[in-house]
Ligand binder design. Structure first.
Ligand code: NAD
Length: 286
């Protein structure tokens, strides 16, 4: 593989193997129960269906249990609340993941805060978000955590680096910007209202692109020797593409994540990691 390409799949596999070995050491004898992730899926969004299936498969591949709760597209708020409360109370459930987006009539900001922060393995509750801002231990959102992991493993200097994040969602942009600052980077966030985004983007030693716009970033947005993390993922007629025009920027880049095979595999792996952490806390295991 081109040495500029950050192989997210290989990194993810190594982390998963490590968690798998730890799970085997903890509950291989059968005397202690396995970790368990509960996934709630509301409606029939095909992409969400695929994501949920991949999460279930990832759990099983490392000796973790998964329990899925599928609700109809027309599910009521009371039905969803009921499931969340039951899972919060269930001692055999370590992590709860509410697959987003929810159907339009259900406001995710109403339901996410109901998840017990100890089981909030997606790191999205106000409590987890507060702990990020305070830089205190807690579950970190999976994609931002995976990005920081990749940058560190690839030995990209973070202290004093100029980082630019394109996108400001809680799920990705804003959270990764906060984590990058805590690692010592100087961070600028570009969003849909920013003026001269290309110019700001060209200041980046580290460029994280999470705008959800196919091929938004080309060589005019990139400084020579920048490390580029492409979070976007889009199905097009030509196959899967990211928010970054890979061919246009590869010459300039120091390192870059491909799509697919970059950030995506790390996101699922960080979910496994958070669930295993929640399990250990739940059972009082060091
Ligand atoms: P979002 O729609 O919630 O947020 C997008 C952000 O980008 C917004 O803050 C918006 O202001 C900004 N933005 C939009 N257009 C812009 C533009 N032209 N210039 C600058 N900023 C712009 O999306 P999200 O949930 O943060 O996800 C972003 C992308 O990452 C999506 O493509 C999503 O599918 C993908 N994603 C991938 C993974 C993964 O594991 N690979 C995980 C989560 C999200």
């Amino acid at each position: 593989m081109n040495e500029k390409i950050i192989d997210g799949k290989a990194h993810a596999l190594r982390v998963k193997e490590k968690i798998k070995a730890e799970i085997q050491a903890t509950c291989g004898s059968g005397q202690v129960r396995q970790p368990c992730l509960a996934v709630i899926l509301v409606g029939n969004d095909p992409a969400s269906g695929v994501y949920v299936r991949n999460k279930e498969l990832a759990c099983h591949s490392i000796g973790m249990k998964s329990e899925s709760f599928r609700l109809d597209e027309r599910a009521t708020a009371a039905e969803l609340e009921d499931i969340i409360h039951k899972l919060n109370e269930d001692k055999n459930i370590d992590g709860i993941l509410l697959q987003l987006p929810l159907p339009r009539h259900l406001d995710s900001f109403h339901f996410i805060p109901m998840i017990d922060p100890k089981k909030d393995v997606d790191g999205l509750t106000p409590s987890s978000q507060g702990l990020i801002n305070w830089n205190k231990p807690g579950h970190r959102p999976c994609t931002p955590a995976g990005i920081i992991y990749l940058l560190k493993e690839e030995n990209i200097p973070l202290v004093g680096a100029n980082a630019v994040v394109i996108g400001r969602s809680v799920l990705v942009g804003w959270s990764v910007a906060t984590l990058l600052q805590q690692q010592g980077a100087t961070v600028t966030v570009i969003h849909s209202k920013s003026k001269n985004p290309e110019k700001i983007s060209r200041t980046a030693d580290i460029l994280v692109v999470a705008a959800g716009k196919p091929l938004l970033v080309n060589n005019e947005w990139v400084k020579e020797k920048a490390t580029i993390i492409d979070v976007g993922i889009h199905k097009t007629e030509k196959g899967l593409v990211g928010d970054v025009d890979f061919k246009s920027v590869i010459e300039l880049a120091h390192k870059i994540t491909p799509v697919p095979g970059g950030v995506g595999p790390m996101t699922i792996t960080m979910l496994m990691n958070n669930t295993f952490d929640a399990y250990k806390m739940n059972l009082g295991i060091e």
